[in-house]
Design a protein around this ligand. Structure first.
Ligand SMILES: Cc1ncc(COP(=O)(O)O)c(C=O)c1O
Length: 241
């Protein structure tokens, strides 16, 4: 019942690193993972850290209200990027990148809220290529990425629809900040999510988090770890169909 590690309960970060991310082809070390109070806090921390009032931010259109509220609070200029059923349109994205010189792009390639769109592999590669060419950080919200009901086994699903963080060839995820959540798979009340990214970015977000709330609940993180590491629960959420 004491305070815990500011970055989050180490066994849970190690579990994420080894068991969860590896399953999705995401290569990380524990120093690249910060446990947060849901993905909502991960979004809030990265925006507080990187944005000045008036900065332009590209967002997949439509996108989740929680992200838009954070951007509005930071005084960001929100630039929606239209898409079709395969994801946001690369030509349009490039135009916006040239015109508004955005600080970052926020998108949810696997089941975006509210459309549920699932980006094609080609679109994933094209968007990542543009982000790396123009030096724009991609904030990848994967809150719903586990919830597929298409009959595909997880390894097959993630091969067809990999996370953009997994696709990024930059050293230690230099172009993508991945954010994940246990709210949609386990329980929103545990308020546990995480950010995975370049160690320097994660360290800077951890500093902002220390100011925001010190740390997320170590007790909830321990409960969650026990559930994930010592039960069949993962098998259940791994095969939702
Ligand atoms: C797309 C998306 N991202 C993030 C969140 C925040 O989720 P949480 O903070 O519970 O992880 C939500 C909430 O429903 C959401 O729909």
């Amino acid at each position: 019942m004491q305070y815990g590690e500011p970055a989050g309960y180490t066994p849970l970060r190690e579990w994420l690193n080894k068991d969860w991310n590896a399953r999705k082809g995401i290569r990380t070390v524990p120093e690249q993972i910060l446990l947060t109070t849901g993905t909502q806090q991960a979004i809030d921390l990265v925006m507080r850290l990187l944005l000045e009032p008036g900065d332009s931010v590209l967002v997949e259109h439509p996108t989740s209200p929680g992200c838009l509220e954070v951007l509005e609070m930071q005084g960001a200029k929100i630039v929606p990027v239209m898409g079709d059923r395969d994801g946001i349109l690369p030509d349009l994205l490039e135009q916006h990148m040239q015109q508004v010189r955005p600080k970052l792009l926020f998108a949810a390639p696997s089941f975006s809220n509210p459309t549920g769109a699932l980006w094609s592999m080609e679109r994933r590669e094209a968007v990542l290529e543009l982000c790396s060419r123009y030096g724009v950080l991609l904030v990848e919200d994967d809150s719903y990425g586990e919830l597929h009901f298409d009959g595909l086994e997880p390894t097959e699903f993630y091969r067809k629809y990999p996370s953009l963080f997994a696709l990024d060839t930059a050293d230690q995820g230099g172009h993508v900040l991945y954010i994940g959540s246990f709210s949609k798979t386990v329980a929103p009340a545990l308020r546990t999510g995480w950010a995975a990214g370049h160690p320097a970015l994660i360290q800077a977000m951890a500093s902002v988090k220390r100011i925001a709330d010190g740390q997320s609940s170590p007790m909830n993180q321990r409960l969650l770890y026990q559930l994930l590491a010592h039960s069949l629960f993962v098998g259940v959420i791994t095969y939702p169909c």
